[in-house]
Design a protein around this ligand. Structure first.
Ligand SMILES: [Zn+2]
Length: 87
């Protein structure tokens, strides 16, 4: 753990960007924060790669759940699972 200090800032930016990638993908960030991520992704190949992986996974999950808002169905399913597990 003796990375040169000039790399440290870069790493911090990457850590901060990657920590927010999920929120960014789910449009949970305010526009100003989303812009920071966007700028970093375009400037940083590694983070862009990670973003693309996350983005692909998120898309796949969203596609497998065509009805985004189905909380009743989901809750019913979860309760069923809980009941089943009691046995
Ligand atoms: Zn980065």
């Amino acid at each position: 753990m003796s990375a040169p200090s000039h790399d440290h800032d870069e790493m911090d930016e990457c850590v901060a960007a990657l920590a927010r990638v999920h929120a960014f993908l789910h449009s949970e960030l305010v526009e100003a924060d989303a812009d920071v991520i966007r700028v970093h992704l375009h400037a940083c190949e590694r983070c862009m790669e990670n973003y693309e992986i996350e983005s692909t996974i998120t898309e796949m999950i969203q596609r497998s759940q065509p009805e985004e808002k189905a909380p009743d169905t989901l809750l019913a399913r979860v309760s069923t699972m809980r009941i089943t597990r009691r046995f």
